[in-house]
Design a protein around this ligand. Sequence first.
Ligand SMILES: NC(=O)C1=CN([C@@H]2O[C@H](COP(=O)(O)OP(=O)(O)OC[C@H]3O[C@@H](n4cnc5c(N)ncnc54)[C@H](O)[C@@H]3O)[C@@H](O)[C@H]2O)C=CC1
Ligand SMILES: O=C(O)CCC(=O)C(=O)O
Length: 411
Amino acid sequence: MNALAATNRNFRLASRILNLDSKLEKSLLIPFREIKVECTIPKDDGELVSFVGFRVQHDNARGPMKGGIRYHPEVDPDEVNALAQLMTWKTAVVDIPYGGAKGGIGCSPRDLSNSELERLTRVFTQKIHDLIGVQTDVPAPDMGTNAQTMAWILDEYSKFHGHSPAIVTGKPIDLGGSLGRDAATGRGVVYATQALLAEHGKSIEDTKFAIQGFGNVGSWAARLIHERFGKVVAVSDITGAVTNPDGIDIPALQWHKEETGSLKNFSGADAMNAEDLLVHDCDVLIPCALGGVLNRENAGDVRAKFIIEAANHPTDPEADEILSKKGVIVLPDIYANAGGVTVSYFEWVQNIQGFAWAEEQVNKELKRYMKRAFLNMKSMCQTHNCDLRMGAFTLGVNRVARATMLRGWEA
Ligand SMILES: NC(=O)C1=CN([C@@H]2O[C@H](COP(=O)(O)OP(=O)(O)OC[C@H]3O[C@@H](n4cnc5c(N)ncnc54)[C@H](O)[C@@H]3O)[C@@H](O)[C@H]2O)C=CC1
Ligand SMILES: O=C(O)CCC(=O)C(=O)O
């Protein structure tokens, strides 16, 4: 099932649980606006190359639309649509005053030079600058993009609209970025994991983790788990996978990755097949890379007791069913990875206030938002006798539905 079909299915299940009116259900499902733009740039050797960029603005009932921009070869309209919709429910789950959006360009950032990436980002921004805005739609990093990408967007957007630091979040600190945003998604994942494990009488200390993806989210999650004496027994990324049953020295792995650009040949662990990471022997599996990685082919072989969805949409509905029958507890993406957008909200607030917060304040507020959302999600699970995914979906969808009805439909 593709990402959009799966996301629509989860939304409709939540809508039925909430007994939403069918017309309201339809209006919540259809995106506010879908943008598709052609981006042609000269490569460094002068050859012209064209890419397709997307921005889907899903819903703005609760505030400006918010969500990352992904650079990846598999970016397609359905995936961006699904990710935009997930942002709408996610911002509502953590109760920040935003709607949802997502963007992407179908490209392989690893195969583009820095100056080609800069040109591509600037052309994309030129094409969408009049459709985004500080009170309309605020982009952020996602897979394949980072603080530098946000700096280029900020600069290009500001040429048209004047200096606008709040037009993007996840930007460099020197340009008004927030302390703590870089680590925020991984830190939120750790707070979410602590809340879930505590419910089951467990803690991060001495628990065994397997982590797929060692980029922004995966490496921060691994580092913060390691600091809390969790045992990260396996890590994978696009370059390979490593395992050590006694726990990997994560700072050493990070250093090795920075020095060599790869997980390969790391002396503190054994190489393993990256495909096997998802079914590796561990207590907690944290997918931090692509969507749809847990499916009917591999769900039955998962050995973890808990799955924390740090990636967006890592588990397809068929896998959800198989995992549920096996008694595996899945903490859903729209809660588990919401720490990133929560600190993006703090960054936007700081830009609008013109006042920078200390990192301790950012982290303290992040913890408060994640704890509150966990309790709200659990309370929906109790009210509707449903699993955590439906607890999160009903929480988010209900908040957006209420805002939509309060605003009304008068032309
Ligand atoms: N960056 C953020 O603040 C947020 C990111 N997310 C989600 O987290 C996930 C990861 O995002 P980032 O860490 O920002 O991206 P990133 O681009 O920094 O890192 C992605 C990682 O995935 C690895 N990867 C790619 N294909 C793989 C494969 N087939 N097998 C194993 N590893 C593979 C890459 O090597 C890299 O280590 C995505 O699903 C994203 O949507 C969710 C919320 C916020
Ligand atoms: O920080 C943000 O605004 C959005 C992050 C994001 O794209 C996500 O949560 O999936």
